[in-house]
Each structure stands twice: as structure tokens, then as C-alpha cells.
Design a protein around this ligand. Structure first.
Ligand code: CUA
Length: 329
């Protein structure tokens, strides 16, 4: 890129706020450092010993001074803490109605899936002006998804889902990095986010969608793995029906109540005995650990999610759909 810049460009809605906090912390640190070094040198000169038998006057301390240099830094630290906490919650709590994209980290690449069926490797396309939620999974080691221009970074840990959101502001191409050492190819594990204005994004979406949607692929897997034989009966079968389950509380046989979110569905596929729904038996469903790739799991989850959204009342289809989506967060 020719010129050397100290900061990456600001290309998300929160980038400016992150930088403001960062500049505040840096400024305070510089002021304190300069002040301390100035005092060290000034007092070293001012109070140097002038003759071998010189004895300084005893000092008995100063309570107001002690209070001042304790309370003022404490106040400044609290400002940093409160500001940082507020920004953290804002940056790591996805809003409702996001555009969902699924990212799988794998030694050594980022595999991206869109609900409509597009797939990319080390490329992510997003529109400006809409919050985008990434669901992050890892196929192997711990990775970390990092887009400096958006000021977002999140570890991608095998065995669980992580979410990350942003809203891009400026069309352009921005670096994706892996920010967690994950083996030989770690340094090469990167890519590009392409931010497009909404019209260009629609064109891009329409152009690339030759494959089946994630939901359709998930439905195919649901049949292929035989899930459909037990799980789709609406009457009481050997396994719980999956209609209208996603995003809802589930009563377990040990008395706990859990929410049927992405991680719950994932665990129930890979290790069905981990949580048994009240009224059902153990060891009925085969264990799929090691049988299904992370990408296929995400497709199954999108499909299972759709079994809940599809049941929204027809009369308020649009509103019901939005509410159902909101409640799955
Ligand atoms: Cu993946 Cu470092």
C-alpha cells in the first residue's frame, strides 16, 4: 500500500469510538510517564547532597498530598474502566436483525458461508449500513478472527460457537488476519473483507448464488444422516420433534432448563447424551462426534432454525419473523 500508516483505516461504526478510548489511554499514559520522569530528574538535581556532612531536614508527610495522588489516579482509572466496559458490551452484543454470515477457521484458511448458499475462502463480502453477525467455528486449533479496520477481534475456539458483529461504513477492501498462533501456516492465514454499497452487494449476491442455500443443504444432511426418521414426527416419537424448538427453553431430564441455541444444537448432534430432553431416553441417537464437519453442522443448524421461523403465524408473517429472529440471539 505504499505509505506507512500508524493506524488502519476506520471502516466500521465503532472504529472511531475504539480509537477515542485508545487515544485517551495513550494520552494519560504519556502524561503520567513524562510527569514521573520530570520529577525524578528535577528532584535528583534539586535535592542532591552538596557536602559530605549535610543532613536533610526530617519530613513528616502530608495527608492532603497523599489523598490527592491516590484519589485522582483512581478516578482516572475508573473512567477508563467504565468507558472500556461500555464499549466492550456495545462491541460484543449483536443487535437484532443482523445479516448472518458463518465463518469456519481451519488450518490455515477462513471458510465463509452465506445463508443463500455462496461460499468463499479467505474472502468476506458485506454491505455498508447493515449490522453483520458472524458465527465463528473452528475445525481444529484455536484461531482468532481479526479485522483491524473494523477494530474487532475474537478467538475462534474448537468445540463452541463464538459471535462477532460489526457494521461497515466505507466501501473498500480490508485485511482479515488470524491473530492467534495456530501452527506452521498461521502467518499466511488471512484474507480480505470487501465492503460494498448495498446495491453492489445485491448484485454480488445474485451473481454468486449457484449453490443451494444453507437451509436446503442442511435439510439434505438431515435426511442423509437419518435425523428425519426420528426427529420430524410431530407426534411423540423416540426423539423430540424439532419444530419450534430453536431459541426456546428446553426442559432436561435432570431438571435443568436450557435455551436451544446454536451451541445446544451443536452439542446435541455431536454428543446426544450430554443433555437429554425430559421424557426421552439415553443412547437412542447415534453419536456424531468426528462424523460431521463444522461447515455441515452450521448448515444443519440453519435448517433447524428455519423449522422454528417457518411456524410464525401467517397473519403477521413479517413481524413474527423479525421477532423470532430477534429471540434467537
Ligand atoms: Cu489461525 Cu493463527
Amino acid at each position: 500500500m505504499g505509505s506507512l500508516s500508524l493506524f488502519p483505516p476506520q471502516a466500521s461504526t465503532t472504529a472511531g469510538e475504539v480509537d477515542a478510548l485508545y487515544m485517551f489511554v495513550i494520552t494519560i499514559s504519556v502524561i503520567m510517564t513524562v510527569l514521573i520522569f520530570f520529577c525524578v530528574f528535577y528532584f535528583a538535581v534539586k535535592y542532591r547532597r552538596r557536602s559530605p556532612d549535610e543532613r536533610p531536614k526530617p519530613i513528616h508527610g502530608s495527608v492532603p498530598l497523599e489523598i490527592a495522588w491516590s484519589v485522582i489516579p483512581f478516578g482516572i482509572m475508573l473512567v477508563m474502566f467504565a468507558w472500556g466496559t461500555e464499549l466492550y458490551y456495545k462491541n460484543y452484543t449483536p443487535p437484532a436483525n443482523t445479516l448472518d454470515v458463518f465463518v469456519t477457521g481451519k488450518q490455515w484458511m477462513w471458510k465463509v458461508q452465506y445463508p443463500d448458499g455462496q461460499r468463499e475462502i479467505n474472502e468476506l463480502h458485506v454491505p455498508t449500513g447493515r449490522p453483520v453477525k458472524l458465527t465463528l467455528a473452528s475445525e481444529d486449533a484455536i484461531h482468532s478472527f481479526y479485522v483491524p479496520a473494523f477494530r474487532i477481534k475474537h478467538d475462534v475456539v474448537p468445540g463452541q460457537y463464538e459471535t462477532l458483529w460489526f457494521q461497515a461504513t466505507t466501501p473498500g477492501r480490508y485485511h482479515i488476519f488470524c491473530a492467534e498462533y495456530c501452527g506452521t501456516g498461521h502467518a499466511a492465514m488471512g484474507g480480505w473483507v470487501t465492503v460494498m454499497d448495498p446495491a453492489a452487494y445485491e448484485t454480488w449476491l445474485a451473481g454468486g448464488g449457484s449453490g443451494a442455500s444453507m437451509k436446503d443443504q442442511g435439510e439434505k444432511l438431515f435426511t442423509q444422516y437419518g435425523c428425519v426418521t426420528c426427529h420430524l414426527m410431530d407426534t411423540k416419537g423416540r426423539c423430540p420433534s424439532l419444530r419450534n424448538v430453536f431459541g426456546k427453553p428446553v426442559q432436561l431430564d435432570d431438571g435443568r432448563v436450557v435455551t436451544a441455541d446454536e451451541s445446544y444444537v451443536r452439542e446435541s448432534i455431536l454428543n446426544p447424551n450430554a443433555k437429554i430432553v425430559a421424557g426421552y431416553k439415553r443412547d437412542v441417537m447415534p453419536v456424531f462426534q468426528g462424523q460431521i464437519s463444522e461447515e455441515s453442522l452450521l448448515q444443519l443448524i440453519v435448517y433447524i432454525k428455519s423449522l422454528s421461523n417457518a411456524e410464525a403465524p401467517q397473519t403477521a408473517a413479517a413481524a413474527g419473523n423479525t421477532a423470532a429472529k430477534g429471540s434467537t440471539k
